[in-house]
Design a protein around this ligand. Structure first.
Ligand code: PEP
Ligand code: MG
Length: 606
């Protein structure tokens, strides 16, 4: 039988295909049977112990803690050697909780005084901790709650001698209501094909791990577990956030073709790594990467990234659950600067708030319009100063640039720069070296900063346009609201005009301008951004070769003419159709038409 046309195991030709949409959390495509994972919850009942039983119960409790710590240590060690320091830290935070002497002591005291069984008291005590965290939508708190549940389950399983089941025979796509970080690591040892998860966001620990593990994943599907049984054939498209149940024979063929094309394309682009990103008529564009974690440098270099255009430092906070110390930050920033040396690394100061959580934050009606980005840092001068000192101290490699997020007015920029000057003065006084010529830039992501670009351009060394936020604020469309994704339009004429204005204003003032929002990593926009005159594009590392190849095969002259045509259009429908049509015809190797008449890039989250 021809393996390309044979239906895979689990195919159900009689059933109607169901398509579910979630959020793309880790790229790649998986085709295979489902394994529906239901965590075996452990339940407890309350018992009163006799005096003799009390001593035994104390031993069982201590044993359970020792065993749970040993298990977690092993998982953390595995994560450290096989994945990254960040992955291991997820388990370290659970270990810390397990090592908390207050928890163990209060359980021992309660066993002695109340004479209740250990598993009942563990459950009770952890619920108390959870109640302290309170009911909140804050993703960081939710992660902490998940950590507490994980610990409770681990201890209870140990007491009740039940084993963790996160393992599966054969290659499957794991379907689950939720997946803990430990589950995702344990499953990865069983050679899983992908994760389809009903809950979670792309910043959840599980999504972070899935990306490190390079396991295609879709999260926030909501209905996967309701529709799917173990054995059902699935196609998981981690690139576009799609899940197909009972895919038709045509769909399977289509996706096999896609996988084939992706592999071919990736292979054909390998030779580009060391080539410069220059158009045939000699116009150079800097292609850099957005980095979320310190350990991504090797991959970025392997993809041919020319530097880091955006290092989102808030992930240091998110992983730790608290602001890292000046020294911890110094270590992280120095490590990334050294790994990329001599290529530039743009470190963005903490952009916390909005959809990026801050512990102890008061709930806000409109967090995206609230206390976020530079506003938070200006209200926390000590923490801000620590970060600025850490960045300055790391800058001795002379390849670090600094940028401020969410600047909406000149006073904010000036106050931020004053903190920077104070930090510089302190270091000089202490005789601590730093790069006196470090470039300082700002993000353009609030419409007011577009309008004031000429004023800002006199006070910074560069602009980096954050299209993710700029689009949301310019069009009044929440970037995280899946009800209105159709209105979130990168090619909206107002967005394109805003970018053109910022670039032209920057150039008139003699400074450079880049884009570090997701738009830079959408190959569909590459010619447009080239024609708009952007000096730098910073993107998710996996799409660097595609964007580089498009730019290397397009003359600047052609891009400018095309951009003029598009910018003369009045509606987003016209601009989008024009761009899609142009890109598909001009670069057939990189784009493909999709069913609804749309065009989609072959590589890159679509
Ligand atoms: C942006 O807004 O485009 C950006 C790069 O910042 P973030 O996505 O971190 O808000
Ligand atoms: Mg932003």
């Amino acid at each position: 039988m021809n393996p390309d046309t044979a239906l895979p195991a689990g195919a159900a030709p009689g059933k109607h295909e169901i398509v579910l949409r979630g959020m793309p959390a880790s790229g790649g495509i998986a085709i295979g049977p489902a394994f529906v994972y239901e965590r075996e919850e452990v339940y407890v009942t309350e018992r009163t112990l006799s005096e003799e039983e009390t001593g035994l119960e104390l031993d069982l409790l201590r044993d359970a803690f020792t065993r749970a710590r040993r298990e977690l240590l092993k998982i953390a060690e595995y994560a450290r050697t096989q994945l990254s320091e960040e992955a291991a830290e997820i388990f370290e935070s659970q270990l810390m909780m397990l090592k908390d002497p207050v928890l163990v002591r209060s359980l021992e005291t309660r066993i002695q005084q109340e004479r209740k069984n250990a598993d009942f008291l563990i459950h009770h005590e952890i619920e108390k901790y959870k109640a302290l965290l309170g009911a909140t939508d804050d993703p960081l708190f939710r992660e902490r709650m998940t950590d507490l549940d994980e610990i409770a389950q681990r201890l209870l399983r140990s007491l009740q001698k039940k084993r963790l089941r996160a393992t599966v025979e054969g290659r499957h796509i794991i379907v689950a209501a939720s997946l803990t970080p430990a589950d995702s690591i344990l499953f990865s040892r069983s050679d899983v094909l992908g994760y389809a998860i009903d809950t979670g966001g792309i910043t959840s620990h599980t999504a972070i791990l899935a990306r490190s593990l390079k396991i295609p994943s879709v999260v926030a599907i909501h209905e996967a577990t309701r529709h799917i049984s173990t054995g059902d054939l699935l196609i998981l498209d981690g690139q576009r956030g799609l899940l197909f149940i009972y895919p038709t024979a045509e769909r399977i063929a289509e996706y096999r073709q896609k996988i084939h094309r992706i592999e071919e394309l990736e292979e054909s682009l390998k030779g580009l790594v060391d080539l410069p990103c220059v158009t045939p008529d000699g116009h150079a564009v800097e292609i850099s990467a957005n980095a979320e974690f310190v350990n991504e440098c090797d991959y970025i270099l392997a993809q041919g990234g020319n530097g880091i255009g955006l290092y989102r430092t808030e992930h240091l906070y998110i992983l730790e659950g608290e602001f890292p110390s000046e020294q911890e930050q110094f270590v992280a920033y120095s490590s990334i600067a050294q790994s990329m040396y001599p290529r530039p690394v743009i470190i963005r100061t903490f952009d916390i708030g909005g959809d990026k959580f801050l512990q102890d934050r008061q709930a806000e009606e409109n967090p995206s319009l609230g206390w976020r980005g530079i506003r938070v840092m200006l209200d926390m001068p000590d923490i801000f100063k620590q970060q600025l000192r850490a960045i300055l101290r790391a800058s001795t490699t002379r390849n670090i640039k600094l940028m401020f997020p969410m600047i909406s007015g000149l006073v904010e920029l000036r106050v931020a720069r004053k903190h920077l000057n104070d930090a510089r003065a302190e270091l000089r006084e202490q005789g601590v070296p730093f790069d006196e010529h470090m470039q300082v830039g700002m993000m353009i992501e609030v419409p007011s900063s577009v309008m004031l670009a000429d004023i800002f351009a006199k006070e910074v060394d560069f602009f980096s346009i954050g299209t993710n936020d700029l689009i949301q604020y310019l069009l009044a469309v929440d970037r995280n609201n899946d009800l209105i994704t159709d209105l979130y339009q990168e090619f909206h004429p107002s967005v394109l005009r805003a970018i053109r204005h910022v670039v032209n204003t920057a150039h008139e003032a003699g400074i450079w301008a880049g884009v570090c929002g997701e738009m830079a990593g959408n190959p569909m926009s590459s010619v447009l951004l080239l024609g708009l005159g952007l000096d730098e594009l910073s993107m998710v590392p996996s799409v660097i070769p595609t964007v580089k190849e498009i730019i290397r095969s397009t003359s600047f002259e052609e891009a400018r003419r095309f951009t003029d045509t598009v910018l003369a259009m009045a509606t987003a429908t016209e601009t989008k159709t024009c761009v899609a049509e142009y890109m598909r015809v001009r670069y057939p190797d990189f784009f493909t038409p999709v069913q609804n008449g749309d065009t989609c890039p072959i590589l890159g989250l679509g």
